[in-house]
Design a protein around this ligand. Structure first.
Ligand code: PMP
Length: 360
């Protein structure tokens, strides 16, 4: 069996050992005579899976006791609404840094809830860079500052987080667990699982406990973070299979040497692909400015539409999947999340070099 070189932006590549383990355990999970999908979410077997996912994430990300880990559904997109509904309040202002389509969407939902302010933006430059932390201008009465740590569509990433006297909230959907971060610096982190954490279906929220005290009492139960924190995310049926897969992915990250080792490998992988771009004399034009480049999503254009089509068609023939840019921006994008092996990046770089030599 030949596995594809999978550069999908999400859902995306999962580690092969994780898939093999899930396959081996599919019909009879730990001698229960059933799949993990068929277990009651109140069973002791499921409980162990649930708590192992939570504990492993705490360990891997060094999450301090001041913060809790919640498992929700609704994707990162529901967090665009839940964050302001829970944390904005009537008298305060939600501050957003605009670095791409996902931050715009987050802002759009906050506007429906209360007052907002754009604290910095690179929209005027078509989101080719991340604003410098020094250029962030907070409003008065800021409830929080929201950033998108990695911009999946434009291929930019924060390499230094703002350190301002305000609660920092980050959408880390496309770079959670890809590098070491100081969780204590954030009031809240959220991420859909389907890039670095597992399959789609579960959303991870890491929340500083004192934020729970400012949640208004009139929220629908399922949109209130307290529902999840007071029930260990078991108020209703959680996405049990997705959380099981998450626990396996986290175990894999531990076996690979933890986030530090994953980060080193991610840097090596990204360097291989950016090197192919930089060696092409502008044939592959990168979207992101150099100091804002993402280690997760490498975005670039070819000289024209015809060559782009040809590039994508030849890539497909050679077994490279998912290299077309997001439908809103076109061009090309290679998503090289944690589970994409170095070998796939090397094969892509080689293909890019060959294609460049043929067509430049
Ligand atoms: N934020 C970012 C940075 C994303 O990349 C995505 C999905 N690609 C989303 C939010 C939306 O996530 P979901 O589909 O889980 O709602």
């Amino acid at each position: 069996m030949k596995r594809a070189y999978n550069f999908n932006a999400g859902p995306s590549a999962l580690p092969l050992p994780v898939l093999e383990r899930a396959q081996a355990e599919l019909l009879n999970f730990q001698n229960t005579g059933m799949s993990v999908m068929e277990l009651s979410h109140r069973s002791k077997e499921y409980d162990a899976v649930h708590n192992s996912a939570k504990e492993r994430l705490k360990r891997l990300m060094n999450i301090p006791d001041t913060h809790d880990v919640l498992f929700l559904q609704g994707g990162a997109s529901l967090q665009f609404s839940m964050v302001p509904m829970n944390l904005l309040g009537k008298d305060h202002v939600a501050n957003y840094v605009l670095t791409g389509s996902w931050s715009e969407k987050a802002l759009k939902e906050a506007k429906k809830v209360g007052k907002t302010h754009i604290a910095a933006s690179s929209k005027e430059a078509n989101y080719t860079y991340i604003p410098h932390p020094e250029d962030i201008q907070l409003s008065e009465n800021a409830a929080y500052l929201h950033i998108t740590s990695n911009n999946t569509i434009f291929g930019t990433q924060w390499h230094e987080f703002p350190d301002l006297p305000v609660d920092l909230i980050a959408d880390m959907s496309s770079d959670i667990l890809s590098r070491e971060i100081n969780v204590g610096q954030f009031a809240l982190i959220y991420a859909g699982a389907q890039k670095n954490l597992g399959p789609s279906g579960v959303t991870v929220v890491i929340i500083r406990n004192d934020l729970l005290e400012r949640i208004p009492d009139n929220l629908p139960t399922m949109l209130d973070y307290r529902t999840y924190s007071s029930s260990n995310s078991l108020y209703n049926t959680p996405p049990t299979f997705a959380i099981y897969m998450l626990s396996l992915v986290l175990e894999w990250v531990e076996e690979e040497g933890g986030v530090k080792a994953i980060e080193a490998r991610n840097k090596e992988k990204a360097a291989v692909v950016y090197e192919a771009i930089d060696a092409s004399n502008g044939f592959y034009a990168p979207h992101a400015e150099k100091d804002s480049r993402s280690l997760m999503n490498v975005t670039f254009r070819l000289p024209n539409e015809e060559l782009t089509k040809k590039f994508l068609a030849e890539a497909k023939e050679k077994g490279f999947v998912g290299l077309a840019g997001h439908r809103s921006v076109g061009g090309c994008r290679a998503s090289i999340y944690n589970a994409v092996p170095l070998e796939a990046c090397e094969a892509l770089a080689e293909f890019m070099n060959d294609f460049y030599r043929k067509f430049n």
